[in-house]
Ligand binder design. Structure first.
Ligand code: AQP
Length: 336
């Protein structure tokens, strides 16, 4: 009976790259929503280290951040006994399925990916093939586990749509093999913008430290960064077209307090931007404080984090190997 129920439970999967210290964009757009899936879904959350090497990484930093992202998953409330937490490179099927799926992905499709265009412009000296085929690896991550739901921020929507197209194409050429995944994008917080250039997304790899608020920034730093946030020449805290900086700060305030935009406008009626920016800093620092405290405890226990990684990799491999075996059979590979 229990097995039957487990078999019918839907699957959710998501991942975060250890390509920099995580920002409140990663937190509000993705990480903070992961926990809400654990009751209803079989959840797989991975640290996608293979993805991160599409951009040059310092090996020691990549290693440290891999532990940190895993610790942040747990610090944000993900229970390793209730969901599968693992590191992508520990499950070799990700790379294997990625190759097979790349033969079902068109050059033109990959050429249209806006993240490829943005990252090529940003890293003009290193436009490598991995940067181009990144969305195929992401499709493999998702399709390996037959994920029904993929919680992501707005910037990953195009990649998710491609994963759906690849799944449908493969299912159409052969027989149904992959579950076609649905994106889960939060209503508020799916697109947190840079504090320095509010028309641009907040990214963990941004070289301008004032543009990003990191989950692990200290209270003082968080408050200082919000005080410096770029706004406009108006003085009234209200949402409007063209007020990108204020719109972004209102979104962040709303995410941390649960207040609607109307409520925020009423709360700050007659008060200036200075007051508002200070308040955003306070609620953000308050919201992150428990995560930071739990994170410090977890980072002091590397052996525990390694045990979580090991158990997670074993659990993930069991599902991933079944999918790869099925795909190989359908493709006509000889199995021994
Ligand atoms: N600014 C953002 N607002 C909302 N959601 C965001 N996400 C990223 N930035 C924002 C979501 O975080 C999850 C993990 O992202 P990722 O690490 O896989 O890669 P990314 O989307 O490329 O994130 P970054 O921070 O911009 O990393 P770098 O600088 O390395 O490229 C995803 O669900 C993403 O939508």
């Amino acid at each position: 009976m229990t097995e039957e129920i487990t078999a019918r439970k839907k699957t959710a999967l998501s991942g975060i790259q250890p390509s920099g210290n995580l920002t409140i964009g990663n937190y509000l757009g993705a990480l903070s929503n992961f926990g809400s899936f654990t009751e209803e879904f079989n959840c797989y959350y991975c640290v996608v280290d293979l993805h991160s090497i599409t951009v040059r990484q310092v090996p020691a930093e990549l290693r440290r951040r891999t532990y940190e992202v895993l610790a942040l998953y747990i610090a944000c409330g993900l229970d390793p006994d209730k969901c599968t937490l693992f590191v992508q490179s520990h499950v070799h099927e990700h790379a294997e399925l990625s190759w097979m799926l790349s033969c079902f992905t068109m050059f033109g499709e990959l050429s249209r990916m806006t993240q490829f265009k943005d990252k090529s412009a940003k890293h003009a000296d290193n436009i490598n093939a991995g940067l181009f085929t990144y969305p195929v690896l992401m499709a493999a991550d998702i399709l390996l586990y037959q994920a029904d739901a993929v919680p992501i921020g707005q910037d990953q929507k195009q990649h998710l749509e491609l994963a759906r197209d690849i799944a449908e194409r493969f299912n159409g050429v052969f027989s149904p093999t992959f579950t076609v995944p649905e994106p889960y994008i939060p209503k508020v917080g799916a697109n947190i913008m840079s504090l320095a250039e509010p028309t641009k997304k907040m990214s963990k790899s941004d070289a301008n430290e004032n543009a990003v608020v990191r989950i692990l920034d200290t209270r003082d730093v968080i408050i200082k960064k919000f005080k410096r946030a770029v706004t406009d020449s108006d003085t009234c805290v209200r949402r409007a077209e063209g007020k990108d900086g204020i719109n972004n700060l209102m979104t962040i305030y709303s995410c941390f307090t649960g207040k609607s935009f109307d409520e925020i406008e009423r709360e700050f009626d007659g008060r200036g931007y200075g007051d508002f920016k200070a308040a955003v800093g306070e609620v953000c620092a308050d919201g992150l404080a428990p995560v930071q405290a739990r994170f410090s405890e977890l980072m002091a226990d590397k052996a525990y984090l390694e045990e979580v990684m090991k158990n997670g990799a074993e659990k993930a491999s069991r599902t991933a190997s079944k999918t790869v075996a099925k795909v190989k059979r359908k493709l006509g590979f000889v199995t021994l």
